[in-house]
Design a binder for this molecule. Structure first.
Ligand code: GDP
Ligand code: ZN
Length: 417
């Protein structure tokens, strides 16, 4: 019979000079709850208040009292890139590590949710050796995720893109390519579904000003909604930049109407121009100290914006691996880019149409903030607001309390679920 006992936790005196914990980072005010949840995990698992003389730490010892794990020596960090079995982590001192994941943890993570993901908060142990100029670590623990931004993959399964992003910055251009309000509605739903705060960035405002001057004050129009375009006999997939459309008949709302509409719904809207520098200071403040996911069609100016804030910062381009016998494999590598003024941005390549993940038809209404005052008054409790009898949302559209454009956007998304 085996004499083996399971490993157990013991409390031992903490050595003053070995403390590696410090306040994780400088996230502030916003998303306090998310922050607090993370801190709860951190403080319950590592050393408590600094200066505490009677500090104890938890170590795990085996049956022979041989120390196998010393949690006090684990460093907190953030996963910036995942490449195969290698996980790249930036610790809270800003040092970049190359890590593998402790095997037992890997098994556990795969069973419970998903492997380690970009944006995850982790604790790593120092393996006291270098590889490719980076110290090598082993990821020992992963904090529960506060938010997860996902999209739907080709097989209809969840494809998680980034963990713990606090906000989604949806970048659109007001011209070249033309503004597509419907895309903004989609980004908002995807953000809210994942627990992220949506922030809208209308870029290339200089082109708007130029167009205004050229047309003697006529405000350029946004792209008509896909549904309108279809009505007009054109097909306009939501996920494609359609340059030819620039000259299409102008039937959409004006750009300033679109901005005003989203502002009235309570969404923060930034109006930026890389050419004039307008809005860039505000954008920096929005990004500072936070983990921000970035979305937007190619060509709207995402790279230019980031470069204007931090010269040399380059968005990695989406990598699409070659076809092989097993079929086509599309790999999109999300990567956290550290900002030198604090915080991270992560591009979300591969999200174009922003296929909604796991939004049930009855749930969609919850992501249309202006529907909420009305849904309770629909005759049927399971009303999907598609023209059912006694639908209060539809009535609000007729009354002008809900914009027709947003309502059509809702119907289009609903039809896809
Ligand atoms: P990305 O694909 O979203 O990263 O877009 P890029 O940053 O590569 O920009 C696409 C094109 O738009 C480039 O030719 C930029 O010079 C141009 N661009 C970016 N921002 C602005 C802007 O604010 N105003 C104008 N006029 N052009 C811009
Ligand atoms: Zn209804």
């Amino acid at each position: 019979m085996s004499r083996k006992r399971p490993a157990r936790k013991v409390r031992v005196e903490f050595r003053q000079n070995r403390q590696v914990r410090r306040r994780a980072d400088d996230w502030t005010q916003r998303f306090r709850t998310a922050r607090e949840q993370l801190e709860d995990v951190q403080t319950s698992e590592s050393v408590r208040a600094k200066g505490d003389l009677s500090r104890k730490r938890t170590i795990v010892v085996g049956d022979d009292d041989q120390r196998v794990v010393d949690e006090a020596l684990w460093r907190p960090g953030r996963v910036t890139k995942v490449h195969g079995l290698f996980v790249y982590v930036t610790d809270d001192e800003g040092r970049a590590w190359e890590c593998t994941v402790r095997r037992v943890l890997r098994t556990l993570l795969i069973r419970t949710r998903a492997p380690v993901l970009v944006g995850d908060r982790v604790w790593l142990s120092d393996q006291a050796r270098m590889h490719d100029g980076r110290p090598v670590g082993v990821i020992e623990r992963v904090a529960p995720r506060v938010t997860t931004l996902s999209r739907r993959d080709v097989r209809g399964r969840e494809h998680a893109i980034v963990a713990n992003a606090e906000q989604l910055l949806a970048v659109v251009s007001v011209a070249q390519p033309r503004l597509r309000p419907h895309l903004l509605d989609r980004y908002i739903v995807a953000a809210l579904k994942g627990g992220l705060q949506p922030i809208l960035c209308f870029n290339k405002m200089d082109l708007l000003d130029a167009a205004l001057a050229a047309r003697g004050g006529a405000d350029p129009r946004a792209q008509p909604d896909p549904i309108d375009a279809r009505d007009a006999g054109a097909s306009a997939p939501a996920d494609e930049t359609d340059e030819a459309d620039e000259d299409a008949p102008l039937g959409g709302p004006s750009v300033s109407e679109v901005v005003a509409e989203f502002r009235s719904l309570g969404y923060r809207c930034l109006c930026t121009s890389v050419v004039t520098g307008a809005g860039l200071d505000e954008l920096r403040e929005v990004l500072r100290g936070r983990l921000t996911a970035l979305s937007g069609q190619s060509g709207v100016g995402k790279s230019s914006l980031l470069n204007a804030l931090q010269p040399g910062l380059r968005l990695p381009t989406a990598s699409v691996s070659a076809e092989n016998e097993k079929g086509r494999h599309t790999t999109t590598l999300a990567e956290l880019l550290p900002l030198d003024f604090g915080g991270f941005v992560v591009d979300t390549p591969g999200i174009r149409a922003f296929e909604l993940w796991a939004v049930a038809p009855g749930e969609l209404e919850a992501f249309f903030v202006e529907f909420l005052p009305h849904v309770a008054r629909c005759r049927f409790h399971n009303c999907l607001h598609r023209g059912e009898e006694g639908c209060a949302v539809r009535a609000a559209v007729e009354d002008g309390a809900i914009s027709r454009r947003r309502y059509r956007s809702y119907l289009k998304m609903l039809a896809e679920l």
